[in-house]
Every structure is written in C-alpha cells, then in structure tokens.
Design a protein around this ligand. Sequence first.
Ligand SMILES: [Mg+2]
Length: 202
Amino acid sequence: MRPIVSFDLDGTIVDFIHGFTTLANQHYGIPILSGSQQSDWNLDVAFGLSENQSSHIWGNIIEDRRFWAELPLMVTQVEMDRIVRMSEEFDTYFVTMRTGLAVKDQSEEWLRSCGIKNPSVIVSRGGRVKGLISKAIGATHFLEDNVEVVQAILEQSPGTDAALIERPYNRYGRDFGLRFVKTVDSFLDDVYASVESQSVES
Ligand SMILES: [Mg+2]
C-alpha cells in the first residue's frame, strides 16, 4: 500500500506565530517571535495578551486576503523541498483549521509558492474533525503539532500513524504516550522507511 500523507500547516510547516506576533507588534508592541518560541498553547498566555487584544488581532487576520498566503516557513528549505518531492510521489494532503477570507485559496497559493504543483488543502471545521478527515482520505501518516488532534486521529482513524512535531507547547503530549518526531525530516524518513519495510515483507 502506498502511503497517503497528511500535514497540518500552522505550527507544523508554517510559522503562523511569526504572522500573529507581527500583527500584535504593530498594535500592542509585543516582540515578533517564531513558533519555536511559543511557550504555551494558549496564545494569550504565551504572549501576555488580553482577551480583547487577541480577538482584535484575530479580527484582522480573518479579514485579510493575504495573511495566510504570506506566512514564513517553519521548516528548513531542504525539508520543504523534500515535502514537494513527496507530494509528487505519494498522495499528500494539507489539513488545516484556518479561518478567514478565501482561506483554502490562500493556503494553496502558499503551497504553490513553495513548489507544490497541485496542492490539496482541506479546511477542517474543528480540530477533532481531523480524525474523521484522516479516516475518510485513508491517511497512513499524519504530522501535527496539536495534542488533542493527534488523540482524535488515533481514536477515529486507527490506520493512521499520527505523530507530533516537537514544540515547547505540546510537551504534555508525552504524558499520553503519543509519538513525537524532532523534525519534519525524521517524519519524512519514517514515511519512506514504511514503504521499504512493506516491499521487504512482500
Ligand atoms: Mg497546527
């Protein structure tokens, strides 16, 4: 069986936090940071924002026709180039909970700018729904940064090998025995290793 590979976008391969803190910097003067510097899953806690301030920033994001199309990479260029090659070899999906104007179109534009010719983006209405999406597309591998999403995938789509990319804010996933990978590179190695082990078995 050929792999069917799914990637989350924000916090996994896209640096959403850079975009979010850039807006927070413009409005409230907080420092611009990268997702690798995000200490807590809750953005208000992580960046010391009030509920009003963060809902104002979200208001800006969901009305912006360019926000999601212009975020920086959170992986190395070498890793992104490997994802591009993988997408030409295996069915590859990008499953995201993003919200906003033309969010699917913006996300696909971003992926095309990275070299993916025909990106397939699925916009999920809620995190736990990613478990059902994973089952529906028959994902064999799924890379995420959200502990609850990985738990939902494991519950609802037992055939999917779901892994968490190591981030400062998701360490508590270890308490639930979830599988972690240090880098996107090692996740990609795992996908290719699963192909090799199947060809040895058959
Ligand atoms: Mg994410």
